[in-house]
Design a protein around this ligand. Sequence first.
Ligand code: BGP
Length: 472
Amino acid sequence: MQANFLWGGAVAAHQVEGGRQAGGKGLSVADVMTAGANGVPRRVTDGVIPGESYPNHEAIDFYHHYKEDIALMAEMGFKSFRTSIAWTRVFPNGDEETPNEEGLAFYDDLFDECRKHGIEPVVTLSHFEMPWHLVKTYGGFRNRECIAFFERFAEACFTRYKDKVTYWMTFNEINNQANYKSAHHLLQDSGILLEEGDDCEKLMYQAAHYELVASARAVKIGHAINPDFQIGCMIAMCPIYPATCKPEDIFFSSAAMQKRYWFADVHVRGYHPAYMKKFYARKGFDLDITEEDEKDLLAGKVDYLGFSYYMSFCIKHNEPNPHFDYDEESDLVRNEFVKASDWGWQIDPVGLRYALNWFYDRYQLPMFIVENGFGAYDKLEDNEIHDTYRIDYLRAHIAEMVKAVDEDGVELLGYTMWAPIDIVSASTGEMDKRYGLIYVDKNNAGEGTLERKRKDSFHWYKKVIATNGEDL
Ligand code: BGP
């Protein structure tokens, strides 16, 4: 691994900060999602309803603990720390003309604190936290107007932090919504609340196009503000393997990969790929894609490809599906060769090496693994957490990453594991689905002192960083 490899960890504002109303912050999509857990999914309420429980409102109160938390990350030797800027701290409603000074000041302090410890901030602009006002009033990214609101937000951040932040990402896991039947993904990725009569598939493609244009325009604006900026995209990577070597399964896996990763094609190459144009035409999706949009996409190609990696999928071709149309809800099957986490996420370290090679073959662009980690129930034993399962997961994945760099020659800027500290889960809202190297005393019911404690994995990761990935 190269000497300047950016080892670190990643979180998102809404999952750690709390301080829901602090400093004039507005209401975001994450703020109206209730806690799930034990098979009960998160619900989205129409605004904040008294008596409901919203885990993101306090989260782990990073808003007030960030100095202590960054110091712990520095103790592990972090070279980078990825977080997002809560859109609603900077533009509480999303459609204001001028940004909120108190919100901007918070991130000044946070980035200064990182730099004080020699930690490079890596910043996502939009990580599942669109202003609720934009969702309710404009319909989120079903509406072209939101492109301009995002541009304004991006410009405010780029201008303010131009000397403090170099590495940026526009939309977190923009391609999760490839699973367009999931109302959860549509809301988190695009700020869309489904309505009676919606064609959610068409709606998703339209919203994704608007977001891709918004991203491209932001890239252009960012480069004009500081040509040294490295602005990337962020893709959720779950390789989709064929269930067997039956030719139809092989082709289906490749067609499904296209449907999940065309978003990256647009970010990197600056245009909708031919296979997607054929698909829109076959489906009769007359999407609103203007000539101006096409110019913007070409002018705003990303500098690097950021991606998350947790698991791999497996697919089987079922008749009848003559066009090999991918449906994440019905076509995925269990892979008998790998184990799964308590939440059914299939654990596949080799898949990370596969993913790095797949992306690099396709784009020849530097990459950044910006999420990878293991959600598990932790148990306190004599006030300690012996999380060998988490160490095993990270060790196996880092070993494959090192092979991809040292043996296969992929270009990789860094690795920010998810998440250095226990946080609120994005999918379930649980606290007890823990990823951290640092334990936080808080449970699903919201009880606890918020005290931070080093887990065994904390000491292990410190050693990994100190030896630049040699001693795993
Ligand atoms: C990714 C998101 C994160 C995150 C992580 C783990 O999808 O970018 O925000 O939380 O996955 O998922 P979860 O929290 O649902 O376990």
